[in-house]
Every structure is written in C-alpha cells, then in structure tokens.
Design a protein around this ligand. Structure first.
Ligand code: G16
Length: 566
C-alpha cells in the first residue's frame, strides 16, 4: 500500500514546550509544522486516539505516514481517531503498547480558530514525565527534517478485522468504547447501582457530555449498562468544535448542566470535559468541589468492589487541592502524598504500589485502574457510593428524612465527620506574560527577603485578620525516582491553618494564566453550612492584597471563579 519514504525539510520553531499535560496551541499554529518525529518511535507499538476535535483526522493520517517512515511496528488506532484520554490509557496498558499519542487540548475549546493539542503518553498509560517532555522539547529546537512514507489515507471509520499493513507498520482500528466499558464494569458494583436506580424512580440522573468525546462511552454506561432513559443524557454527540462551547466541567462553563439540573430539580447531575478525563458532580442545590469529591470517594472506597478487593494503598492530591483528603487519610491511617499540579506526578506512586485514589482541584479524580484521571469513573464512583449509602446497612448513618440519601446528605455527613475545607480558585486568564510574571516576581522577592513572615493582614470587608506563618515555593522530590521538580507554585500559609497558593497555569494556549487557590478549614459545627464565600470570609481579599495581583494585572475580577456561591 505504501513504500516510498520522503524527507521533508523543516526548521526549528519556537514555543513548542509541553505544559502541564501536553502541548496546546491554536489550530493555526499546529498547521505550520509537525513535531511528531521527535518521539523516536522505531520498533514500537503506539496507540493513537483523541477527542475528535477539529484537525484530528488529518493529524492521524500524518502520524500514520510518519510512523511508517520511522519503522513503527504497530499502530492501534481508535475508530475515527477517537479515544477518550482514560480509554487511551487503558488501551496502552491492556495491549502492552510502548506509548500513545493523544490528539486533544482537553477542556480547551476546539474548531478552526480554537485549540488543538498533542500529548505523548508512556508505556504505563500515563502522561509522559518531565524528562521525556524535556527531550521532546529539545528536539523541536533542532529539528530540520522529518520523514514520511508516501501512501494513501487509511479509512479510520471501520474497525479492522485483521491488521492493515502500511509499509513496515501494522495498523489496527479498534472500537473506541468496548475495552473501557469492560474495565469500568469490572470496577464498580453495577448490580447495586442498577437496583438502586430502578427502585428509586425519584432519583433522576443527568449526564452532560458537553459535546466532547464521552458521549458514546456515556451511552454505553448509562443506557446499556444501567438501563437509564435517553433523557438522562444531554450533549452526548461528540462534535469537532464541541458545538462552539467550552467543554470544561465547572460551574462557569458547564452551565447547560447546571441549568437543566436546577430547572428539573435533578438530584444527580454530572459532566465531563472534551477528552473525558475531568468531571463535575452537581445535584440540585448541591455542588461537590473536586477536592471534596476525592476525599469522599476515598472515605467510601470500601463500597467499591475494586478497592474492597485490592485495598487502598495510599491517597494523594496535587499541592493546590484542598486538604480534605488529608483528613480522611489521617482517620483511616493511610499515607497521603502531595504532588505538583499534573496527573503525571501520580504515575510513579501508582506504579510502585503506593497509591490507589487521587485527585486534583482542577476537576480531576481517579485511581490506579489506569494512569490518567477519569471523568466517567468518578461519576460512576459517586453513583456506587450513593447506591451503597441507601442500603439499610448504611442508611442509618444519616439523619435525612427524604426519599433517598443524596449528594447533599453525603456532603453534610462528611463535613460533620471530617470537618470542612472551604475552597475556591480564581483564574486570571490570557494575561500578558509580563504582568503575570510581576505577580510571581513579587512573591519570589518575599521569599528571598522573608518579608511576609509574621505580618498580619486585615480584610477591609469582614475585618478578619490573618497572620502569615510562612511563604514558600513548592519543590517536589519524587519518592520513587528522586527526580526534583522546582517552582511548582507559591504557598502562603497562615497561622490559623489557612492557605493561599499562587501558580501559573501550564495548559493555556494564549498569554499567561495566574491561578489563585484559597483554602480555609473548619471543624466548628455552626460554620459547616456556610456558603464558600462566607466560609472563606476575608481570606480572598487578603490574598489579593498581599499579592498586589489587581495592581500588577489591572484585572479587577477573575475570568473564572471555581465554586463561587455554593
Ligand atoms: C491538566 C493536567 C492536570 C492539571 C490541569 C490544570 O488537565 O492533566 O493534572 O491539574 O491540567 O493544569 P494548569 O493549572 O497548569 O492549567 P487537563 O484536563 O487539561 O489535561
């Protein structure tokens, strides 16, 4: 079918450094040149998939040609070039591939004027660690040619019954959904969930795929496996531009879910992002912060067959994620790890058998069943927990008088047992890089001069005072391979245990994004039901005052607030 190798001249080009998770750029930038041959894939088996966003199909065809010219042994490609990020991680592991190329910019918008992205995952199924992304980046700075094998396009729309030979490369097109459903149904108690749903007709479920990749996976889980009606799904047709929306499951961008849940008073709503690794859990009047979500899943893990059988080896969170999971770990006598932002940092701990459940405040939750976060996994975990909470063996733990134990009952019980970490995140997106850097430079100066320690700050609005205990820059030493990751965010700790974290996002495609994470813990029963804004009180104001963020950036308001009013 194909045999002539052609060398295409190219030149090094700027700005190709992979961020927190892969390289994300405007489509127009990617159209200029290719970086694929930087990963040296000779003799390897690679999995190819992605969220099906605009520009995916031509990119898969390019990858096929470049792979064949580089003597890749085997390509396993999702039908239509589609594999959700968690499904791809599973395929890499299940079929013992050497790695995978995922064409996704995650939750970033898609379409000709929006973002495209490329991620390289390694043989454990997880995002490439920093030493690998650094070597890819180095290659982009010296590249002067790449090879392609001249040949026709492969029909990606048909699952192959036997591999297609393309030069030296065998190509298999697989169903995008089957293996993932097999995995998920082996993890959770689907019989229990199904029986709870059937016996509790007032417990309505709504899943919003935000027109991302999860639609077909959600259909298989909610309609086929759980026999829910079609009305329990919305926006479950994957679209190359996500229907013009921003496929990010948070209260700002997943308004289609929030509105439908509130209008229909739906007890259980959930959404996932463009590539299916993020999730949001939201029932009528009850929003679960991602930090609370992972803590609650960890607390209830024994009702999930996968953990009941395998045990819990350890817990983990990214540094800016609230310490809610730490309180669960303490009660259960489990080790909890604090890693930098980026799912890639959990991989070594999982591979070493030290970590079972982990999560990030950025709507990522997951476990060691794969090496990526997993949106639908988290949604089914919550259904499994709710179904178990409604069994007589657990129901007596709750004082609720309603028809069933729902999201809010579980949250309230959790806060009563473990205390509550009020948490929010302010994002200042698409800032000029120089302005964002001024914020970081000023924090660095405070570290150098130790000028913040023991200073007291008063919020103008609430008159509360907060005293700084210390300011530090987060450095992580991986306990498995001892690799060191520096400059992973600035932490200002206060004497009352509150924390404020500042960091630059590594996933934006335009300018710089400053994220401010604000956290305050309470065990005071009279405070547990406050709104996030009231729970955090004057701390937000104090964080902004200390950093001079408004003055340096000219932004009076953040672009996105996670968890604004709940
Ligand atoms: C990626 C990473 C996550 C990280 C998130 C936010 O998520 O996989 O681990 O928490 O980015 O990163 P940042 O704060 O640097 O923007 P995704 O869903 O975009 O792949």
């Amino acid at each position: 079918m194909a045999n002539k190798v052609t060398t295409i001249n190219t030149k090094p080009f700027d700005g190709q450094k992979p961020g927190t998770s892969g390289l994300r750029k405007r489509v127009k930038v990617f159209q200029q040149e290719s970086i694929f041959d930087a990963i040296s894939p000779q003799g390897k088996t690679l999995v190819i998939g992605g969220d099906g966003r605009y520009f995916s199909e031509p990119t898969v065809q390019s990858i096929i040609k470049i792979s064949a010219a580089n003597d890749v042994k085997k390509l396993i490609i999702g039908k239509d070039g589609i594999l959700s990020t968690p499904a791809a991680s599973n395929i890499i592991r299940k079929y013992k591939a050497d790695g995978g190329i995922l064409l996704t910019a995650s939750h970033n918008p898609g379409g000709p004027d929006n973002d495209f992205g490329i991620k390289y995952n390694v043989s454990n199924g997880g995002p490439a660690p920093e030493n690998v992304t650094d070597s890819i980046y180095a290659k982009t700075k010296t590249i002067n040619s790449y090879k392609i094998l001249e040949g026709g396009s492969i029909d990606l729309s048909k699952v192959t019954s036997k591999p297609i030979q393309y030069g030296p490369t065998q190509i298999t097109i697989i169903d995008s959904v089957t293996d993932y459903i097999e995995l998920v149904t082996s993890i959770f108690d689907f019989d229990l969930i199904k029986s709870f749903l059937q016996n509790t007709p007032s417990f309505k479920v709504l899943f919003d795929g935000l027109n991302g990749v999860t639609g077909p996976y959600a259909k298989a889980i909610f309609l086929n496996e759980l026999s829910l009606p079609e009305s329990s799904l919305q926006n479950c047709v994957p679209l190359p531009d996500f229907g013009g929306s921003h496929p990010d499951p948070n209260l700002t961008y997943a308004h289609s879910l929030v509105e439908a849940v509130e209008k229909g008073k739906i007890p259980f709503g959930a959404a996932s992002d463009g590539d299916g690794d993020r999730n949001m859990i939201y029932g009528a009047g009850a929003f679960v912060t991602p930090s609370d979500s992972v803590a609650i899943i960890a607390d209830w893990a024994e009702v999930i067959p996968y953990f009941k059988k395998g045990g819990i080896k350890g817990l983990a969170r990214s540094m800016p994620t609230s310490e809610a999971i730490d309180h669960v770990a303490k009660k259960k006598g489990l080790q909890v790890y604090e890693v930098p932002t980026g799912w890639k940092f959990f991989g070594n701990l999982m591979d070493a058998g030290r970590l079972s459940i982990c999560g990030e405040e950025s709507f990522g939750t997951g476990s060691d069943h794969i090496r990526e976060k997993d949106g639908l996994w988290a949604v089914v975990a919550w259904l499994n927990i709710i179904a178990a909470a409604n069994l007589p063996s657990h129901k007596h733990l709750f004082s609720s008088a309603g028809d069933f134990i729902g999201i809010n009952d579980i949250l309230q019980r959790h806060y009563k047992t473990h205390g509550r970490s009020f948490f929010t995140r302010y994002d200042y997106e698409e800032l000029p890089s120089e302005d964002a850097q001024k914020v970081i430079d000023a924090l660095n100066a405070h570290i150098t001069n130790q000028s913040l320690n023991n200073t007291t700050h008063t919020s103008e609005s609430t008159k509360e005072t907060f005293t700084v205990a210390r300011i530090s820059s987060f450095t992580y030493t991986d306990p498995i391979d001892n690799s060191v990751s520096k400059n992973q965010g600035h932490i200002i700790s206060f004497t009352d245990g509150s924390r404020v974290v500042f960091r630059l996002s590594g996933t934006g495609s335009q300018g710089a994004t400053v994220r401010v994470y604000i956290e305050k813990y309470t065990k005071d029963e009279t405070q547990l039901n406050l709104s996030t804004a009231d729970g955090l009180g004057g701390l937000i104001q104090v964080a902004l005052n200390i950093s001079y963020l408004v003055e340096f950036t000219g932004r009076k308001e953040p672009t996105v607030i996670t968890n604004p009013n709940m």
